[in-house]
Design a protein around this ligand. Structure first.
Ligand code: KG4
Ligand code: ZN
Length: 337
């Protein structure tokens, strides 16, 4: 079975992993930059690029060491070529190309969002296709029909904010810090999800697109007062904040589950797979799993380590592309979208 070195640098995580046969994860190293970006309340592209440069060499070396292998044992190098921050993508791509050229290994250019879409397959006993894949992250919220690792069709995506972006922005509004997803997940546990009826934006009857700006604005007005953009937060108690967080989370989860089931109804797919940073959200996992059980659908969610940005999913996807003969050339460019 081919052993793939994966490299991921599309946003604010520098990651490398060694994966055999698309399933056996021998190492999965992630250097997070979250502490560098926290004080800005979001990812600063220039800081991200510089941090990738500083640590990518060590991250790749650690991935090889933890997998107890050398470059001679690697069959191909898979890297994220799109989408993401261009400066960040360039660092990973250049590292992959340099190593590929020096070690004489084939290169595989992987689409980051498609890798999220198939990340639940890493630990699955057999490929869960055909499936509707819901990818929810800080940069993307999309539904796909996955019929194979090389047959991934976009069904719909967000027309404004990504789900993770909405979590991050609402957490900032509530004074909960950055990144917002994990803290809203935690704070919501003690809140009442029915305390506030935030809007569930479903767009047109058959639409598989998403919109989260309405929910976000409703939360803003709940905190600051209708039409206001500042003030009010200091008057909220800890339990008021927990209620708003839980009600917001429930509104987002309801929309994500509803649209996923709409995609299942439109495609007839027997399985649902989840992926992306927001796939770590416990309320979402629980709710989607319950809905799938009710409808007799298979449900596959990646383990937490494969939800947030990681290189194991890039190497796993890279394995299937390698098997399909999809090598990239040294002049293959990165792309933000
Ligand atoms: O996939 P990812 O690591 O990066 C992108 O490709 O964007 O996703 C990061 C996003 C952030 O917005 C973060 O707040 C969100 O995933 N996130 C969560 C949770 N853990 C991370 N959102 C909701 N609940 C969580 N437990
Ligand atoms: Zn991602």
């Amino acid at each position: 079975m081919a052993r793939i070195l994966g490299i991921e640098s599309s946003c604010d995580e520098t990651a490398a992993a060694v994966v055999v046969g698309g399933h056996e994860v021998q190492s999965n190293v992630v250097a997070s930059q979250v502490d560098l970006h926290r004080k800005y309340g979001g990812v600063v592209p220039e800081i991200a690029s510089r941090a990738h440069i500083e640590c990518i060499h060590n991250v790749v070396r650690m991935a090889l060491t933890e997998a107890d292998c050398s470059h001679a044992d690697i069959d191909a190098i898979a890297y994220t070529s799109r989408p993401g921050l261009v400066g960040s993508l360039l660092i990973g791509a250049t590292a992959a190309k340099t190593l590929g050229w020096a070690w004489q290994k084939p290169l595989i250019a992987v689409n980051h969002v498609e890798a999220h879409a198939v990340s639940a397959a890493i630990d699955a006993e057999s490929a869960p296709w055909p499936a509707v894949a819901l990818v929810v992250s800080g940069g993307h919220t999309s539904l796909y029909l996955v019929e194979g690792f090389d047959a991934i069709r976009l069904l719909g995506s967000t027309i404004d904010d990504a789900a993770g972006e909405a979590f991050d922005k609402v957490a900032t509004m509530l004074g909960l810090g950055y990144p917002g997803g994990p803290v809203i997940d935690r704070v919501s546990e003690s809140g009442d999800a029915k305390a506030h009826a935030f809007p569930r934006t479903l767009l047109s009857r058959d639409s598989l697109d998403f919109s989260f700006s309405g929910i976000k604005t409703a939360v803003r007005y709940k905190i600051h007062g209708t039409g206001q953009t500042t003030g009010g937060l200091e008057q909220l108690s800890e339990s008021d904040i927990a209620d708003i967080a839980a009600s917001f989370q429930q509104a987002v989860v309801d929309v994500l589950v509803k649209k996923t089931m709409r995609a299942v109804a439109q495609t007839g797919a027997p399985n649902v797979v989840l992926g992306g940073g927001v796939a770590a959200n416990r309320a979402l996992r629980k709710s989607l799993e319950a809905e799938c059980q009710k409808r007799n659908l298979g449900f596959f969610a990646p383990k937490m380590a494969y939800c947030v940005d990681n290189a194991a999913m890039i190497a796993a996807m890279g394995f299937h592309m390698f098997e399909g003969g999809n090598a990239a050339t040294l002049d293959h460019d990165v792309c933000a979208r």
